[in-house]
Design a protein around this ligand. Structure first.
Ligand code: 26Q
Length: 820
């Protein structure tokens, strides 16, 4: 079936037919978008066959399945990736070539499915790819947002957010599953009714509003194994029967309200990944997709099994951060109120079924819902959480008699708030961090109380990325070169990359490898020319920092250092300086003022430096607009230096760092997150490490911080750069434009310490590391060796490895095989 489908002539015929039937056009008349749709539908034909075959296998074998619950799935584009994983990319490319169609251009017509903010959402996407590739049964469960992550425009140096109407032309790979729609209820009251027959109280929700949750399924294709898993994302609709009914009863207002509720819930992804804001709509989104997903999961389970007390034997639920933690209480609700289990039975099942991953130690990101908001929106769920809390506090008192401080710190409901992380830890049978250092900090600092009480739950799962998207698809030149030297085993076993070590002293191999990097730099230079109108020197060092904009990630440190280099070049025009292109890409949350000021600063510095003819183009600064999965693939492939400069202890893992490594860019970074493990794999001599350690940062933080003015007044290069924020140098003479950024470094703001993120403290050490980068880069062959060592040592950072660890230690899934 497989090879027959991509028989070229048949495929070409199919594409032509699709264009004819969909648009009543010939190929020549069709627009780019129409060709994209037609090609995708032709591909979907085959996908569906594999999908059916996978379903049939699951039906037969009844394997244990993971449900990966996440508010975010940052999938990017599907067409190219689907072709790659079906191992049909080349054939389709040739077929289209023969029709005069360029597959690359077709791919560029597809909007990114940007249903996520950044790291956490992209991790979910990589995990789905690895699960399917390893043949593990999995559902991703999420929300089908009408508007995903906003598109970023830069106007006059400022970020402007533009809505991302990604569904405008339809999503060719999805399938609407109306028959699996579920009702989700909000608000109202809970009436308690004693049932003398069962001798139980029944809890009945009344006067509620509800919406109809309708699933859309997207195929998740395993690499070369015919396994197709499902990403199930939920849309919301008004319940139309009720609408008519209400209308007839004259309850028009209620009907309209439900219509609006449905529209609102799935309208837009919250575009912040840092700050918890206590927004009711966010809680509605969470309950909406959790309730729908769990109802569907139970229906599916009960088709084959009659005892829900054994749910955990066939089902495990992973919660991607605390965002899906309502799953704990909703599962209890369904088991008790619908399935008729006793509390203890339901708790036994729930605590053997749900597991929790923590992605941050930043206190301001922790979800804590105000009790009144929570209990009004989810009255029954709130009751259940109260009971979980009551029983948990009893346990703390048994374990730690008289330690009421501990009770206060660990309670789920406290200070008028529901603490979602506490609920997730108490109910989860596993609690994991996302890099070794991060997990250690959780155990010994942030979650110490919980670790003391239940150490057996805690474990580490260092993040990973899929090499299929970020090398095989994103960097075809390097992918082919690697395959030529070590075969193609790396595509499904990244540890094979270590075989490249035998080429690190081979001048011919190094020269070829360097030439590929150069070609990729030309490709990025062209992208930047087309998108920014800036000409950059492909022979310069491409020094890249791409990630969400956050103070702790310290894009500010990077741009201050650029300002410092510029001062040096101006002062000493004769000084040797290796040309550098500083490339930034970052979206700021719409309400994050200081992050937006940083974007403006980067663009202002770029304007001044790029237009200063006197420096002979030694430095260029580029801010790439709308950094996203699709242009990330081009950026990683072209990078020479990977900037991973977060304040130590703040970046839980980072995954961009791994994508750079995979594409042969050495890390310039702090000992934070997964950087620690990257250095461990590649060796100190093949990275550029600087700055305070996490222990030093934590020590300062526990002792009131440090005094940045000591540095400011004693290091004249630093003082000069900091003062340039308020002397108008980068603001056309305006002294106020960057006042707030200036203040953040040297003045204490209310309760906020000056230089909270140790920018001035780490500045010298960063500048030194940058100097080492320059020195190292001058020896071109030695640099290529370092770069190649990074590729050769990246094996650990495949999400295939991460997923295998989740399966072995947490999920215990059964593998499936699909013959198609
Ligand atoms: C919370 C409340 C209200 C609205 C939004 C949020 C919210 C949304 C997204 C909070 C956090 C996020 C995303 C966090 C995230 O992406 N964390 C990153 O996760 C990566 C994968 O584990 C790590 O590599 C990064 O280190 C971590 O920052």
């Amino acid at each position: 079936m497989y090879s027959k489908r991509f028989e070229k002539e048949a495929f070409k015929e199919e594409v032509k037919n699709n264009i004819k039937n969909l648009y009543r056009k010939t190929i020549e008349e069709a627009t780019g978008r129409q060709i994209f749709q037609a090609v995708s539908l032709a591909v979907k034909e085959t996908v569906i066959d594999y999908w059916l075959a996978t379903q049939a296998e699951m039906e037969k074998k009844d394997p244990k399945t993971v449900y990966y619950m996440s508010m975010e799935f940052l999938m990017g584009r599907a067409l190219g990736n689907n072709l790659i994983n079906m191992t049909a990319y080349q054939e389709v490319k040739e077929a289209l070539d023969e029709m005069g169609i360029d597959l690359n251009i077709v791919e560029d017509q597809e909007p990114d499915a940007a249903l996520g903010n950044g790291g956490l959402g992209r991790l979910a996407a990589c995990f789905l790819d690895s699960l399917a590739t390893l043949g593990y049964p999995a559902y991703g469960c999420g929300i089908r947002y009408r508007y995903g992550m906003f598109k970023q425009k830069i106007e006059n140096g400022y970020q402007v957010e533009v809505p991302d109407n990604w569904l405008k032309d339809g999503n060719p790979f999805e399938i609407r599953r109306d028959e699996y729609a579920k009702e989700v209820r909000f608000g109202g009251d809970v009436r308690i009714e004693y049932d003398p027959l069962t001798k139980r109280n029944n809890f009945i929700q009344e006067n509620y509003s509800s919406v109809r949750a309708v699933p859309y399924d997207m195929p998740i294709i395993g690499y070369g194994n015919h396994v197709v898993n499902t990403l199930r994302i939920w849309d919301a609709e008004a319940i139309t029967d009720f609408h008519l009914d209400a209308f007839n009863r004259g309850d028009y207002r209620h009907a309209v309200e439900q219509e609006n509720l449905a529209k609102m819930i799935v309208d837009v992804l919250y575009p912040c990944d840092d700050h918890y804001a206590g927004k009711e709509l966010r809680l509605k989104q969470q309950y909406f997709f959790i309730s729908a997903s769990l109802q569907a999961l139970l229906v599916r389970y009960k088709k084959k099994h009659d005892d829900v007390r054994k749910l955990h034997e066939k089902v495990t639920i992973q919660m991607n951060d605390t965002h899906p933690t309502l799953a704990v209480a909703e599962l209890m609700h369904l088991l008790i109120d619908q399935e008729g289990l006793e509390w203890d039975e339901a708790w036994d099942v729930t605590t053997k079924t749900v597991a929790y991953t923590n992605h941050t130690i930043m206190a301001e990101a922790l979800e804590k819902w105000p009790i009144d908001l929570f209990s009004k929106l989810l009255p029954r769920i709130y009751q259940i959480i109260q009971e979980i809390d009551r029983r948990f506090i009893e346990q703390i008192r048994v374990r730690f008699p008289g330690d009421e401080g501990r009770v206060a710190r660990m309670a789920i409901i406290r200070d008028g708030q529901v603490k979602m992380a506490h609920l997730a830890i108490v109910a989860g049978y596993s609690v994991n961090g996302v890099a070794r250092l991060h997990t250690e900090i959780l155990k010994h600092e942030e979650l110490k109380d919980f670790y003391d009480m239940m150490p057996e739950k805690f474990n580490n799962k260092t993040n990973g990325i899929t090499q299929r998207r970020f090398l095989l698809h994103g960097n075809p030149l390097l992918a082919d070169w690697v395959t030529k030297h070590i075969g193609d085993g790396w595509i499904t076993d990244l540890s094979e990359m270590s075989k490249l070590k035998k080429y690190v002293d081979d001048p011919k191999a190094l020269a070829e490898f360097a030439e590929i990097k150069y070609q990729n730099k030309l490709r990025l230079a062209e992208y930047i020319r087309n998108n920014n109108g800036i000409e950059i020197d492909p022979r310069s060092i491409f020094d890249v920092q791409v990630k969400r904009l956050h103070e702790y990630k310290r894009q500010f440190l990077n741009i201050l250092h650029v300002m410092y280099l510029y001062n040096q070049i101006k002062d000493h025009p004769e000084m040797y300086f290796y040309p550098r292109t500083f490339i930034f890409g970052a979206k700021a949350a719409a309400g994050y003022v200081r992050a937006k000021e940083t974007i403006k600063l980067i663009n202002s510095v770029a304007d001044v430096i790029n237009n200063d003819k006197s420096i002979n183009g030694k430095i260029k600064v580029v801010f790439i607009e709308d950094y996203r999965v699709s242009n990330a693939e081009i950026i990683f492939a072209a990078a020479d230096v990977s900037e991973q400069i977060s304040t130590a202890s703040k970046e839980a893992s980072g995954t961009g760092n791994m994508k750079f490594m995979l594409n042969g860019a050495p890390t310039l970074g702090t000992m934070d997150g997964a950087n620690v493990e990257i250095v461990e794999e590649v060796g100190m001599e093949n990275a550029f490490i600087f700055g305070l350690s996490s222990q030093e940062v934590i020590h300062f933080e526990n002792h009131g911080g440090y005094n940045p003015t000591d540095i400011y007044f004693n290091d004249w290069d630093i003082k000069r750069v900091v003062d340039q924020l308020i002397d108008g140098t980068y603001a056309n003479g305006n002294r106020e434009m960057y006042r707030d950024l200036y203040d953040s470094l040297v003045n204490t703001h209310g309760r906020e310490r000056a230089d909270r993120y140790f920018i001035l403290k780490d500045f010298r050490s960063y500048a030194d590391a940058q100097k080492r980068v320059e020195e190292a880069y001058k020896d071109r062959e030695a640099w290529s060796r370092k770069a190649l060592m990074n590729v050769a040592c990246c094996g650990k950072f495949s999400s295939d490895r991460t997923i295998q660890e989740y399966v072995d230690d947490i999920w215990h899934l059964d593998q499936i095989k699909v013959d198609a």
